[in-house]
Write a protein that binds this ligand. Sequence first.
Ligand SMILES: [Zn+2]
Ligand SMILES: [Zn+2]
Length: 345
Amino acid sequence: MKGVVFLGERKLEIRDFPEPNPGFSEAVIEMRASGLCGSDFRAFRAPRSEGGDPAQLRAVGHEPCGRVIEVGSGVQNLKVGDRVIIHHYLGCGRCRWCRVGYSQMCIDPGAKKLYYGRTNHGGHAERIAVHETACVPMPEGLSYEEGAACACGTGTAYDALKRLDLSGRDTIAIYGQGPVGLSATLFGVATGARVLVVEPVAYRRELAKSLGCDVAIDPREGDPVEAIKSLTHGEGADATLDCTGIPQPRINTVKSARIYGRACFVGEGGETSFDVSRDIMHKQLTLHGSWTMSTIGLGEVARYVAERKLPLKKLITHRFRLEQAAEAYKIFESGETGKVVITWA
Ligand SMILES: [Zn+2]
Ligand SMILES: [Zn+2]
């Protein structure tokens, strides 16, 4: 079977791998859609030396979605033909976090932790073997590409808004309109909140408007914090969300929240410095960090999108075949996209 590996320095390769065989508790998933995520760029751009032995590379892609085509002898809750979204982590299965579906936060130091898309083959492959507990059943009415979006970016946005306890009474300011930020816009609008977005790329501002955001602010045209304050009677937004991971937008996320407001960080990145007294304590601010979601959260976001018939499809702007993976990453890196998926449909 074919799969995409990252060689580093923006080079990727399509390799032939042996066909997967299901282990005792594993299913073989025939991939139908696999999303590209902003966090892929870390490994995609890394120096070649950082990837380890190139012969040991596994297929990348941590937003896999597909159909069960074979099950191991110990599989109890899956059958051939089931449509599933893959939660791309696996932990010990016994600790308190694994038991509530947060296998990425497994606290058993002795457990062998798997990551589909790094230690094991991920979604940018034709067929992969996955532990049954990492397979989340798809609701009726959700397409495979929507399932792939939920697997990481869209699910991450959904959980962040839950953390912020967003309601229709709130004005929310969302920094960054990549796949996570756009998903947050989609859910914010569905909640009835007033949604202000900050995004430098015109293409993404237009996409956010088509999803129903109230105002799309270009941060290159002036201070976005001032823009948000002027739209909120000088107070700042009730809730703010950073989907960029970049220091300045992170600082702005804190600064554009009102007194007693709530701010949440979901964009991955390095260090950022805050004036804790002035910007956080004296504003009585509540800060949240939110990282992806549990298997239970993944099932929840998938049902939410399907039951409410949310226009998640609008967010998926580019589709490529596996063989076109290099082109897919090139256009995704340009910023002029919404969600980009590899599809077999
Ligand atoms: Zn991701
Ligand atoms: Zn565990």
